[in-house]
Design a protein around this ligand. Structure first.
Ligand SMILES: Nc1ncnc2c1ncn2[C@@H]1O[C@H](COP(=O)(O)OP(=O)(O)OP(=O)(O)O)[C@@H](O)[C@H]1O
Ligand SMILES: [Mg+2]
Length: 447
């Protein structure tokens, strides 16, 4: 797009101005001759725009196949270990070849249109020159034009050729550029489904009350994931969510920081409907350790203090100590300045989890969400993190999704989720004596 815009100013506009000036001069020399020259102009115009439309269509296909190809490549490199593990190299190569062939074809067809356009337009130029000479000779013999004026006229027409060629080329480039612009705006115009209300206020400092009232949610219209969930959680309470895989645990906790909005019902924090406050003020007060942890390339300290430009290293250390990763970080050659990511050290699953816990703790959140945050820890470090969380839990409301009994048992309340419904609710002892779904789950894991 940048290239097209640049050419537009450097070539297109000067060309148009030159044409206007020269045509005015030609009219001054001889009207009939100029009109003859210009008879061909609309024909040319129609022809150029006909080619332009075809080019636009081809360029669009071209751009789409190019973006398919690059996403395939990105995926292929990101998943290279999986490809090896499944001995699927041949399969990936075939997929790539097919898509590359698609792209080649799309490009080829674009070039085809251009290749036909050039000679056709060029031929018409030649014809128009011939016509001009013929009419010019006639006008001279009639005495309407002198020989030197005709020479001036021919010089004028010759001056027109370059700008017209530029405009033709620029026109097709503009059409190609249009296809790029369309794709860019398609992306820019994508609106997030979660929108801030026009008059949204900032969320006041959170106490930690969380209330779900008849909340129903579906990712796709006809497949409900959460069905009329209602509960109330008090500040400082630890709630464990248990249930089989796909029951909707992650979905439920993701509604609290408004990653999605429920289709029905209402979620309140400290009695305030979360749809009425600004997203930033809400999310900044909620700590999340997600199921899948992302580390950014940069230092360990900047990863823990993610999103903060100048951070207090002492606070980072404090958070790392609570998450029980401090001693590991200190053991690295560069300590907190050690780089992670593509060009740095690689952390194990458990180390990543503890780092993510430290990241969430640094925000000093009043609501903490742990989605399987302790699953990759060994028993000993889990016990240490557990202990740290206990300390923290006196200060904030915690939602923890866990499969481990030790984590679940210490929760104040346990929610059993089954196919999007809140099946049972109570503490460990209550649920065991009830002998329902949780008891079943518990005994199965215990034996
Ligand atoms: N982004 C998404 N788009 C569409 N469907 C989704 C999306 N995320 C989850 N789902 C579907 O919603 C249902 C609940 O998923 P969810 O991730 O909440 O389960 P979960 O209880 O956290 O499971 P697990 O214990 O395996 O993490 C599943 O059927 C899943 O296929
Ligand atoms: Mg989950």
């Amino acid at each position: 797009v940048g290239e097209v815009v640049q050419r537009f100013f450097h070539r297109f506009i000067p060309s148009v101005l030159t044409i206007l000036a020269v045509v005015a001069y030609l009219f001054y020399l001889n009207g009939i001759l100029t009109l003859t020259t210009l008879v061909i102009a609309p024909l040319m115009g129609a022809l150029i725009s006909w080619f332009g439309d075809r080019l636009l269509l081809r360029s669009r296909l071209n751009q789409e196949s190019m973006s398919d190809l690059s996403s395939l490549l990105t995926e292929a490199f990101a998943g290279i270990s999986l490809t090896r593990a499944f001995a699927a190299e041949e399969y990936e190569i075939r997929r790539f070849s097919a898509m590359a062939e698609n792209n080649r074809l799309a490009r080829f067809q674009t070039e085809q249109v251009k290749a036909i356009q050039d000679p056709v337009v060029g031929f018409l130029y030649a014809m128009s020159v011939l016509g001009v000479f013929w009419v010019g000779g006639w006008q001279i013999s009639e005495g309407n034009l002198t020989g030197s004026q005709f020479l001036g006229f021919i010089a004028g027409v010759a001056m027109l050729i370059d700008p017209i060629v530029h405009i033709t080329n620029n026109y097709s480039e503009l059409k190609q550029g249009e296809a790029s612009v369309e794709r860019i705006f398609e992306l820019l115009d994508t609106r997030s489904q979660v929108r801030e209300l026009p008059g949204a206020r900032p969320m006041p400092p959170i106490q930690g009350w969380v209330e779900f009232e008849q909340v129903s949610f579906a990712y796709k219209p006809d497949q409900p994931v959460l069905k009329r969930i209602s509960f109330q959680v008090a500040p400082g309470e630890i709630v464990a969510l248990v249930g089989s895989s796909g029951a909707g645990k992650s979905t439920l906790v993701n509604l609290i920081p408004r990653f999605y909005d429920p289709q029905e019902g209402c979620i309140r924090i400290d009695g305030i409907d979360i749809r009425t406050v600004t997203l930033k003020s809400l999310r900044r007060q909620i700590g999340i350790v997600p199921q899948e942890i992302t580390l950014f390339s940069g230092t360990i300290a900047s990863n823990i203090a993610y999103g903060q430009e100048d951070f207090d290293l002492e606070a980072v250390r404090q958070a790392a100590r609570v998450a029980n990763i401090d001693s590991f970080i200190e053991s690295l050659p560069d300590g907190y300045a050690t780089r992670v990511g593509e060009r740095g050290v690689t952390l194990s699953g458990g180390q990543r989890q503890r780092l993510a816990i430290a990241r969430a703790l640094l925000l000093n959140p009043k609501i903490l969400i742990l989605d399987e945050a302790t699953s990759a820890l060994d028993n000993e470090s889990e016990a240490l993190v557990q202990e740290a969380l206990q300390r923290l839990m006196q200060r904030c409301t915690v939602f923890v999704i866990a499969h481990r009994l030790s984590t679940v048992r210490s929760a104040h309340r346990i929610f059993v989720l089954e196919q999007g419904q809140l099946l049972e609710e109570g503490n460990h002892r209550e649920l065991l004596s009830k002998g329902g779904r949780y008891a079943q789950f518990h005994w199965r894991q215990f034996q």
